[in-house]
Design a binder for this molecule. Structure first.
Ligand code: ATP
Ligand code: MG
Length: 422
């Protein structure tokens, strides 16, 4: 026997039992997105590497060490997308659908990052993304928080925590970056290797460090909120006022910087205490400069991404699945005429009842074997075709989940009365 081929590390299959939960969560999220007037967009899984280098930033973890990058047969550098925003903006600029319009878009699909796989962290994972273009004010920020909050509620999750920060304008952030560099330079001896690496290029990411030894220095570091330009400050104040007016709880997290370079002003995360270290279920923020940076007209923008593996981990679907399963009919057929007839019957049933699950016995076998299979398949009723039924033009109907007896019905009437047995 030849060697078995293993899966790629960190890229598990989602098996049929688990997929039901995914479909449920996706359906709930799609309903909510439609309720907020978002339209679906589907972009490619592969883009030119340059797109991610320019948007996410060369000095971010994602671009510096997590991207799946390869050279194609035409000597082009391509990458599997590590996130969705860049591709959506690229498509929007290509197709000219940002200019002078507003757009609310959502998408769903796999993302790829070369990370150390662990619970809640994979190399292929899935996100639902939403992006709104052409809305400069904080009202869209607030609406996106309402939208995501509604998804948690619709899924009956125990409360998630909302964390907020503002990263200001690119100019005010530059000033803050300088102050932060000065501060951490003064504490250089106390920094760890990771933080030293970030000091020159991406000092904001030091704030993100989980190293317990650094917490005190980080706590006393200068805070972005104290460096906000006036407009960013007003934007942030207005957002917080809206949250307070609607009694939505949040906490100000001055260390929330997010992993991508492109954010401006509002950034937010929804976190949970139920998933251990991988606590962020959803993260996002504004990226008002990004569309222009990629060659489009200046366009305000905000977006966020929900990590589906983590979200699904939080969802309890007990009771839900049963409801969502369609009734199942299993056709038992013994004898060559009956075996021919089973396809006709199955197709007629599928025409008449597109919402039922119709399975027929394949692989032959006696009646007893076939009933066993019907039971294993979870059938609600079995329809029986044997020599007797064929010659009399009838069908046997046997309930599989209740004590009821097998009945014989006229083949011509079967379609119109089958409901009674389900
Ligand atoms: P983290 O700090 O956990 O690495 P991130 O800031 O890199 O997250 P984002 O780029 O903001 O993550 O992606 C949005 C969401 O996608 C995250 O909050 C998380 O739920 C999910 N996510 C990100 N990376 C992974 C991964 N490798 N495996 C599973 N889910 C992920
Ligand atoms: Mg990450």
């Amino acid at each position: 026997m030849s060697d078995q081929i293993k899966s790629v590390r960190g890229m598990p299959a989602i098996l049929p039992g688990e997929v039901k939960k995914w479909q449920f969560v996706e359906a709930v999220a799609k309903n909510v997105l439609h309720a907020y007037s978002y339209n679906e967009i589907r972009t490619p899984v592969v883009e030119r590497s340059e797109l991610f280098q320019r948007t996410i930033g060369e000095n971010t973890d994602i671009v510096a060490k997590e991207m799946y990058t390869f050279i194609d047969r035409n000597d082009q550098s391509l990458s599997l997308r590590p996130e969705a925003t860049a591709g959506i903006i690229r498509a929007g600029i290509d197709q000219g659908f940002f200019y002078n319009q507003t757009q609310k878009l959502w998408s769903i699909g796999p993302m790829y990052r070369y990370e150390r796989p662990q619970k809640g962290r994979y190399r292929q994972f899935h996100q639902i993304n939403m992006e709104a273009f052409g809305f400069p004010g904080p009202d869209i920020d607030f609406e996106m928080i309402l939208l995501t909050g509604r998804i948690w509620k619709a899924l009956n999750l125990s409360p998630l925590q909302l964390e907020l920060n503002s990263l200001g304008s690119p100019e005010s952030r530059k000033e803050y970056k300088r102050q932060l560099q000065d501060y951490f330079h003064d504490h250089q001896k106390e920094l760890d290797e990771d933080s030293l690496r970030r000091l020159d290029r991406n000092p904001l990411r030091i704030l993100d460090s989980k190293n317990p030894d650094l917490q005190e220095i980080i706590e006393s570091a200068p805070k972005m909120v104290d460096f906000l330009d006036q407009e960013s400050n007003e934007h942030f104040e207005e957002l917080m006022a809206m949250l307070q007016d609607h009694a939505i709880e949040y906490s100000l997290n001055t260390r929330l910087v997010r992993g991508l370079d492109y954010y401006t002003r509002t950034v937010f995360e929804w976190t949970t205490d139920q998933l251990g270290a991988q606590a962020t279920v959803c993260g996002g923020g504004r990226y008002d400069a990004l569309v222009a940076e990629l060659g489009g007209k200046p366009t305000s923008a905000i977006g966020c991404a929900i990590g589906l593996e983590r979200l699904i981990e939080l969802v309890d679907v007990s009771g839900q699945n049963e409801q969502n399963n369609p009734s199942k009919i299993y056709i038992v057929a013994v004898g060559s005429k009956a075996e021919g007839e089973r396809f006709l019957l199955a197709e007629e049933l599928r025409d008449a009842y597109p919402n039922l699950s119709i399975e027929m016995n394949l692989n032959g076998g006696h009646f007893k074997q076939q009933f066993k299979r019907a039971d294993k398949a979870g059938a609600d009723i079995a329809l029986i075709l044997g020599d007797d039924e064929i010659s009399k033009q009838t069908v046997g109907v046997k309930p599989m989940r209740s004590e009821g007896h097998q009945e014989t019905v006229d083949r011509k009437e079967l379609l119109s009365i089958i409901d009674q047995f389900l």
